[in-house]
Design a protein around this ligand. Structure first.
Ligand code: AMP
Length: 221
């Protein structure tokens, strides 16, 4: 079954688009950031090892992330497509992914590259706040709650910012993206994978349409 990669800088909307795409197609998502955060919450050894890298906006060592992906991939149904979000993040991980997919009779069919200017990405990330109670997500610039710092949905007073969404860390994450992850565009182009560029600096539903067409080659009704 199909495997697509959502590639793009932090803050470009891979998470949002990945959920919409998975819902529309009934595909599964493999999101390494989420897997790592879950490992941290569960207090596993791997989660503990990953913590300092994540909070500093550095990449977690490949072997830890690859182990998580392999474990997750083994649980996928062979019947549905898979969307990778946040993985691979460098050329070594791309090689590991190819080998892992091969073992599951899959391959990378398409790479969807979401793009937006750095100033937009910085605002999206540094402005992001979430409710620790119900999980609702806001942005102080683009989608603020009605009352500052109070959740519209559940009334909780005190929204939180992800440690790695602080301004210095955000700038570092963007540098890491440009240095380590962006070279994957060339890598996949040279591997003759289909790389489809999508403007991520637009309304969610406009991007969604392009993402869906790019993923399956036609609009989904
Ligand atoms: P994300 O939610 O995708 O922005 O990921 C949050 C953090 O998790 C990143 O800044 C990295 O520290 C770590 N991370 C997520 N995916 C990977 C990956 N494929 N390789 C290394 N580190 C990762």
């Amino acid at each position: 079954m199909a495997a697509v990669i959502l590639l793009g800088p932090p803050g470009v909307g891979k998470g949002t688009q990945g959920v919409l795409l998975a819902d529309a197609l009934g595909w599964e998502r493999i999101v390494t950031g989420d897997l790592l955060r879950a490992a941290r919450r569960a207090g596993t050894e791997l989660g503990e090892k990953a913590r300092a890298y994540m909070d500093a906006g550095e990449l977690v060592p490949d072997e830890l992330v690859v182990a998580l992906v392999e474990e997750r991939l083994a649980k996928t149904s062979g019947e549905t497509g898979v969307i990778f979000d946040g993985f691979p993040r460098n050329v070594a991980q791309a090689g590991e992914l190819e080998a892992a997919l091969d073992r599951h009779d899959r391959r990378v069919d398409r790479v969807l590259l979401l793009e937006a200017p750095d100033n937009v990405l910085e605002k999206r990330l540094t402005g992001r706040r979430s409710c620790p109670e119900c999980g609702a997500v806001y942005n102080v610039y683009f989608n603020p709650p009605e009352r500052e710092d109070v959740c519209d949905r559940c009334g909780r007073d005190g929204l939180v910012q992800r440690e790695d969404d602080r301004p210095e860390t955000v700038r570092h994450r963007l540098q890491v993206y440009r240095g380590e992850t962006e070279p994957l565009v060339r890598y996949y182009e040279e591997a003759e994978a289909e790389v489809i560029r999508i403007d991520g600096d637009r309304a969610v539903d406009e991007i969604q349409e392009d993402v869906q067409v790019a993923a399956v080659g036609e609009p989904i009704s």
